[in-house]
Ligand binder design. Structure first.
Ligand code: ADP
Ligand code: 5GP
Length: 196
């Protein structure tokens, strides 16, 4: 009989954070396309699905009550009320699922979540803050994306300047101006981190 408990597999983590509209999802999807051993951490949220979003793929869509009961069960590594009444969080079960499969976990989370995840994973994580060249460019990108109401766009833009103050707490700040250059820089950072 084995007296030792089987140790949970521990893997690496990549954390991408930014004010909404900076291009974080675009960069995360690019990284996922080129690295087969990477897997996106599907967050839980209490917001409604938008567009073509699917439960279990884009998010685990929970009601606010379901979300609160997962908090009470200590089911989250981190969670934030990113916008008033809209909760987002990383489930412990999600990280276990990805690491059990031998994959590197990749996060697309808000800036506070990014800082908290980096504290949690320490040197096993690379944290990258994505920044648009200016708040005006950020607003233009959100308008062009066409997924949010004008009120939601204003809420996101209003939050951006406070969110920028978190940038120095990340391992790297990546300015997303020319998209190809941003892809190249993100790849270089990831390659360096994974080769350590
Ligand atoms: P986030 O995930 O940070 O909210 P997205 O990745 O959804 O941002 O990007 C916001 C919008 O800006 C999208 O429509 C995307 O195609 C566009 N975008 C992203 N990066 C650039 C870039 N470097 N130049 C121009 N448009 C961009
Ligand atoms: P959206 O509503 O645009 O999908 O996401 C809004 C914000 O919530 C984005 O900044 C996104 O990165 C963030 N977010 C998504 N999942 C999580 C999560 O698990 N934790 C935290 N803290 N933020 C998240």
């Amino acid at each position: 009989m084995c007296l030792f408990k089987k140790k949970a597999p521990k893997g690496k983590a990549l954390i991408f954070s930014a004010p909404s509209g900076s291009g974080k999802s675009t960069i995360v999807h690019h990284i996922l396309d080129i690295y087969p051993d990477m897997e996106f951490s599907v967050s839980a949220t209490s917001r409604q699905p938008r567009g073509e979003e699917k439960d279990g793929v884009d998010y685990y869509f929970l009601t606010e009550e379901e979300f609160r009961s997962r908090i009470a069960e200590n089911g989250f590594v981190e969670h934030e009320e990113v916008y008033p009444g809209r909760f987002y969080g990383t489930l412990k079960s999600e990280i276990k699922r990805i690491w059990d499969a031998g994959h590197v976990v990749i996060f697309d989370v808000d800036v506070k979540g990014g800082v908290n995840l980096k504290k949690y994973f320490g040197k096993d994580a690379l944290s990258v803050f994505i920044q648009a060249p200016s708040v005006e460019v950020l607003r233009e990108r959100l308008v062009k994306r066409g997924t949010d109401s004008p009120e939601d766009i204003e809420k996101r833009v209003a939050k951006a300047s406070e969110e920028m103050t978190y940038a120095p707490q990340f391992d790297h700040i990546l300015i997303n101006d020319d998209l190809q250059k941003a892809f190249d820089e993100a790849e270089a950072l990831v390659n360096h981190f994974l080769s350590k």
